[in-house]
Write a protein that binds this ligand. Structure first.
Ligand SMILES: [Cu+2]
Length: 170
């Protein structure tokens, strides 16, 4: 009986953790960050969320990473980036919904295709954000805690259901 309850709680906790854990995406998978990969195709096979981490791995003497505004991304103007990363192994946390635009800042590389558009759909997150704004007057910066609250509700609900089942069957 006691073991069953422990197992039930572990299952519930695991479910909650899977809802709140951020994903890590290695850009370009094994090819990394280079001019030889079609990053539109790569990103179309992934789903991204706020809090996820995208990792750019590259030879830092040949490439770097710049985050760009949309207009600069479209025209491959890498002269005025939002941020620049150049360690060769950069972990960048996706911090906003909608699009985040990245490219290589080395001459000609963006035009050659070394550019990446990360898109986080707004439908679910926008709903959560609007609810939070109504309650707390806060914006998208609290988005992670929204998922945390969902996880807590799911955990409690699942725990109650499983505990009822355990109590009636023991
Ligand atoms: Cu490059």
């Amino acid at each position: 009986m006691r073991a069953s309850i422990v197992i039930a709680l572990l299952i519930a906790a695991t479910g909650a953790a899977s809802l709140t854990t951020a994903s890590v995406h290695n850009v370009g998978d094994f090819a990394g960050w280079t001019v030889e990969v079609n990053y539109s195709v790569w990103s179309s096979t992934k789903s991204f969320n706020v809090g996820d981490i995208i990792v750019f791995i590259y030879n830092k003497s040949l490439h770097d990473v710049v985050e760009l505004e949309e207009a600069d991304f479209s025209s491959c103007n890498v002269a005025s980036p939002i941020s620049t990363y150049s360690t060769g192994n950069d972990s960048i946390t996706i911090y906003r919904y909608g699009h985040s635009f990245f490219a290589c800042g080395f001459p000609g590389h963006c035009v050659a295709g070394q550019k990446l558009d990360i898109y986080v759909p707004k439908n679910l997150s926008a709903t959560l954000s609007a609810r939070r704004s109504a309650h707390h007057g806060k914006g998208e910066t609290t988005s992670i805690s929204g998922y945390g609250m969902v996880a807590v509700v799911v955990t409690v609900t699942v725990s109650v259901i499983i505990l009822r089942f355990v109590i009636f069957t023991c």
